[in-house]
Design a protein around this ligand. Sequence first.
Ligand code: CA
Length: 230
Amino acid sequence: MTQRILLIEDEPGLVMTLSDRLTSENYAVEAAHDGETGLAQATSGFFDLILLDVMLPRRGGFDVCRDLRQRGVTTPIIMLTARGQTIDKVIGLKLGADDYVTKPFEMLELLARVEAQLRRTTHSSSVELSPGGYQFGDVRVDFRRAEVCRGLEVVELSAKEFKLLRYMIEHRGAALSRDELLNEVWGYDISVSTRTVDVHIAGLRQKLEANQRHPQFIVTVHGLGYRFAG
Ligand code: CA
Protein backbone atom coordinates (compact mmCIF):
# COMPACT_ATOMS: atom_id res chain seq x y z
CA MET A 1 0.00 0.00 0.00
CA THR A 2 1.26 3.46 -0.87
CA GLN A 3 2.24 5.42 2.19
CA ARG A 4 1.12 9.01 2.41
CA ILE A 5 3.30 11.87 3.44
CA LEU A 6 2.13 15.37 4.29
CA LEU A 7 4.77 18.00 3.68
CA ILE A 8 4.15 21.24 5.58
CA GLU A 9 6.71 23.65 4.18
CA ASP A 10 6.51 27.15 2.78
CA GLU A 11 9.65 27.23 0.67
CA PRO A 12 8.46 26.49 -2.91
CA GLY A 13 11.81 25.15 -4.10
CA LEU A 14 12.10 22.71 -1.25
CA VAL A 15 8.48 21.62 -1.63
CA MET A 16 9.12 20.82 -5.28
CA THR A 17 12.40 18.99 -4.70
CA LEU A 18 11.05 16.96 -1.81
CA SER A 19 7.74 16.15 -3.50
CA ASP A 20 9.51 14.96 -6.62
CA ARG A 21 11.94 12.80 -4.75
CA LEU A 22 9.42 11.28 -2.37
CA THR A 23 7.04 10.60 -5.24
CA SER A 24 9.81 8.84 -7.14
CA GLU A 25 10.26 6.66 -4.04
CA ASN A 26 6.60 5.67 -4.42
CA TYR A 27 5.21 7.76 -1.60
CA ALA A 28 2.06 9.78 -2.15
CA VAL A 29 2.87 13.36 -1.22
CA GLU A 30 0.62 16.28 -0.42
CA ALA A 31 1.96 19.69 0.46
CA ALA A 32 0.60 22.44 2.68
CA HIS A 33 2.26 25.83 2.50
CA ASP A 34 1.36 27.29 5.86
CA GLY A 35 0.78 26.08 9.39
CA GLU A 36 -2.99 26.51 9.50
CA THR A 37 -3.59 24.55 6.31
CA GLY A 38 -1.08 21.94 7.38
CA LEU A 39 -2.75 21.50 10.75
CA ALA A 40 -6.15 21.05 9.15
CA GLN A 41 -4.85 18.47 6.68
CA ALA A 42 -2.81 16.62 9.26
CA THR A 43 -5.75 16.36 11.64
CA SER A 44 -7.63 14.25 9.11
CA GLY A 45 -5.42 11.35 10.14
CA PHE A 46 -5.11 10.47 6.48
CA PHE A 47 -1.32 10.55 6.46
CA ASP A 48 1.28 8.03 7.53
CA LEU A 49 3.96 10.63 8.15
CA ILE A 50 4.28 14.40 8.46
CA LEU A 51 7.31 16.46 7.48
CA LEU A 52 6.94 19.71 9.35
CA ASP A 53 8.98 22.86 8.87
CA VAL A 54 9.58 25.00 11.95
CA MET A 55 9.36 28.44 10.38
CA LEU A 56 5.96 28.65 8.73
CA PRO A 57 3.51 31.45 7.98
CA ARG A 58 0.16 31.64 9.84
CA ARG A 59 1.09 29.03 12.44
CA GLY A 60 4.59 27.91 13.35
CA GLY A 61 5.74 24.30 13.17
CA PHE A 62 6.06 23.94 16.93
CA ASP A 63 2.47 25.06 17.43
CA VAL A 64 1.26 22.70 14.72
CA CYS A 65 3.14 19.82 16.34
CA ARG A 66 1.79 20.56 19.79
CA ASP A 67 -1.79 21.03 18.55
CA LEU A 68 -1.71 17.74 16.65
CA ARG A 69 -0.58 15.82 19.70
CA GLN A 70 -3.15 17.57 21.88
CA ARG A 71 -5.83 16.49 19.44
CA GLY A 72 -4.69 12.92 19.75
CA VAL A 73 -3.14 12.65 16.29
CA THR A 74 -0.34 10.09 16.59
CA THR A 75 1.04 10.31 13.05
CA PRO A 76 4.86 10.41 13.18
CA ILE A 77 6.30 13.88 12.71
CA ILE A 78 9.76 14.71 11.43
CA MET A 79 10.60 18.36 12.00
CA LEU A 80 12.69 20.27 9.50
CA THR A 81 14.82 22.64 11.55
CA ALA A 82 17.22 25.38 10.56
CA ARG A 83 20.93 24.77 10.73
CA GLY A 84 22.50 25.26 14.14
CA GLN A 85 19.19 25.69 15.93
CA THR A 86 19.95 22.99 18.48
CA ILE A 87 17.26 24.40 20.70
CA ASP A 88 14.72 23.69 17.95
CA LYS A 89 15.44 20.00 18.15
CA VAL A 90 14.88 19.91 21.88
CA ILE A 91 11.65 21.88 21.71
CA GLY A 92 10.36 19.82 18.79
CA LEU A 93 10.94 16.52 20.51
CA LYS A 94 9.42 17.83 23.73
CA LEU A 95 6.29 18.84 21.87
CA GLY A 96 5.86 15.38 20.47
CA ALA A 97 7.88 15.28 17.26
CA ASP A 98 9.48 11.90 16.56
CA ASP A 99 12.61 13.05 14.80
CA TYR A 100 14.20 16.09 13.20
CA VAL A 101 16.37 16.81 10.21
CA THR A 102 18.54 19.88 10.00
CA LYS A 103 18.40 22.04 6.87
CA PRO A 104 20.09 21.87 4.48
CA PHE A 105 19.93 18.10 4.54
CA GLU A 106 21.10 15.35 2.27
CA MET A 107 18.14 13.80 0.50
CA LEU A 108 19.39 10.31 1.33
CA GLU A 109 19.51 11.14 5.00
CA LEU A 110 15.95 12.44 4.94
CA LEU A 111 14.75 9.35 3.07
CA ALA A 112 16.42 7.12 5.65
CA ARG A 113 14.70 8.99 8.48
CA VAL A 114 11.36 8.78 6.71
CA GLU A 115 11.75 5.05 6.18
CA ALA A 116 12.78 4.50 9.77
CA GLN A 117 9.70 6.32 11.09
CA LEU A 118 7.35 4.50 8.77
CA ARG A 119 8.87 1.14 9.65
CA ARG A 120 8.57 1.90 13.33
CA THR A 121 4.90 2.76 13.10
CA THR A 122 3.67 0.35 10.45
CA HIS A 123 2.60 -2.24 12.99
CA SER A 124 1.71 -0.01 15.89
CA SER A 125 -0.03 2.92 14.23
CA SER A 126 -3.63 3.54 15.13
CA VAL A 127 -5.75 1.88 12.48
CA GLU A 128 -8.68 3.90 13.77
CA LEU A 129 -7.55 7.09 12.05
CA SER A 130 -5.74 5.57 9.12
CA PRO A 131 -6.22 5.51 6.21
CA GLY A 132 -8.45 8.54 6.42
CA GLY A 133 -11.17 6.84 8.39
CA TYR A 134 -12.58 6.53 11.88
CA GLN A 135 -14.77 3.82 13.28
CA PHE A 136 -17.07 3.75 16.29
CA GLY A 137 -19.72 1.13 16.93
CA ASP A 138 -21.04 0.05 13.54
CA VAL A 139 -20.36 3.51 12.08
CA ARG A 140 -17.45 4.19 9.79
CA VAL A 141 -16.46 7.74 8.82
CA ASP A 142 -14.38 8.28 5.71
CA PHE A 143 -12.98 11.81 6.03
CA ARG A 144 -11.37 11.65 2.64
CA ARG A 145 -14.61 10.99 0.82
CA ALA A 146 -16.77 12.81 3.35
CA GLU A 147 -18.84 9.67 3.65
CA VAL A 148 -20.41 7.95 6.61
CA CYS A 149 -21.55 4.33 6.61
CA ARG A 150 -23.48 2.42 9.20
CA GLY A 151 -22.95 -1.24 8.63
CA LEU A 152 -23.11 -1.48 4.87
CA GLU A 153 -25.51 1.44 4.46
CA VAL A 154 -24.39 4.92 3.51
CA VAL A 155 -25.79 7.49 5.94
CA GLU A 156 -26.80 10.81 4.43
CA LEU A 157 -25.44 13.67 6.51
CA SER A 158 -25.78 17.34 5.72
CA ALA A 159 -22.52 19.25 5.24
CA LYS A 160 -22.88 20.85 8.65
CA GLU A 161 -23.66 17.54 10.33
CA PHE A 162 -20.55 16.05 8.79
CA LYS A 163 -18.43 18.99 9.84
CA LEU A 164 -19.81 18.80 13.36
CA LEU A 165 -19.19 15.06 13.59
CA ARG A 166 -15.69 15.49 12.28
CA TYR A 167 -14.88 18.21 14.77
CA MET A 168 -16.19 16.09 17.61
CA ILE A 169 -14.19 13.05 16.51
CA GLU A 170 -11.07 15.15 16.16
CA HIS A 171 -11.59 16.33 19.72
CA ARG A 172 -12.93 13.10 21.10
CA GLY A 173 -12.90 12.78 24.83
CA ALA A 174 -13.01 16.54 25.34
CA ALA A 175 -16.00 18.43 26.67
CA LEU A 176 -17.03 20.80 23.88
CA SER A 177 -19.17 23.80 24.67
CA ARG A 178 -22.01 24.82 22.38
CA ASP A 179 -20.21 28.09 21.74
CA GLU A 180 -17.06 26.32 20.67
CA LEU A 181 -18.98 24.01 18.34
CA LEU A 182 -20.88 26.96 16.95
CA ASN A 183 -17.72 28.93 16.24
CA GLU A 184 -15.80 26.00 14.83
CA VAL A 185 -18.51 24.52 12.66
CA TRP A 186 -20.64 27.48 11.67
CA GLY A 187 -18.11 30.26 12.04
CA TYR A 188 -19.17 33.70 13.10
CA ASP A 189 -22.57 33.58 11.49
CA ILE A 190 -24.94 35.76 13.49
CA SER A 191 -28.02 34.05 12.05
CA VAL A 192 -27.38 30.86 14.00
CA SER A 193 -27.66 30.28 17.73
CA THR A 194 -26.51 27.58 20.11
CA ARG A 195 -29.93 26.03 19.54
CA THR A 196 -28.67 25.20 16.04
CA VAL A 197 -25.99 23.04 17.61
CA ASP A 198 -28.58 21.09 19.58
CA VAL A 199 -30.67 20.51 16.46
CA HIS A 200 -27.69 19.13 14.56
CA ILE A 201 -26.61 16.98 17.49
CA ALA A 202 -30.11 15.52 17.56
CA GLY A 203 -29.81 14.84 13.83
CA LEU A 204 -26.52 13.04 14.26
CA ARG A 205 -27.84 10.97 17.13
CA GLN A 206 -30.87 9.98 15.14
CA LYS A 207 -28.71 8.82 12.25
CA LEU A 208 -25.78 7.28 14.12
CA GLU A 209 -26.83 6.17 17.57
CA ALA A 210 -28.51 2.83 18.26
CA ASN A 211 -30.65 4.51 20.91
CA GLN A 212 -30.90 8.27 20.55
CA ARG A 213 -32.41 8.68 24.00
CA HIS A 214 -29.40 7.01 25.54
CA PRO A 215 -26.60 8.02 23.20
CA GLN A 216 -23.43 6.03 23.54
CA PHE A 217 -21.10 8.18 21.45
CA ILE A 218 -22.45 11.71 21.17
CA VAL A 219 -23.02 12.35 24.83
CA THR A 220 -24.34 15.39 26.67
CA VAL A 221 -22.12 17.28 29.07
CA HIS A 222 -24.67 18.89 31.35
CA GLY A 223 -24.55 22.64 31.57
CA LEU A 224 -21.89 22.85 28.85
CA GLY A 225 -22.41 21.00 25.63
CA TYR A 226 -21.30 17.69 24.23
CA ARG A 227 -18.52 15.17 24.15
CA PHE A 228 -17.65 12.48 21.63
CA ALA A 229 -17.06 9.23 23.46
CA GLY A 230 -16.28 6.94 20.52
CA1 CA B 1 10.02 27.86 6.32
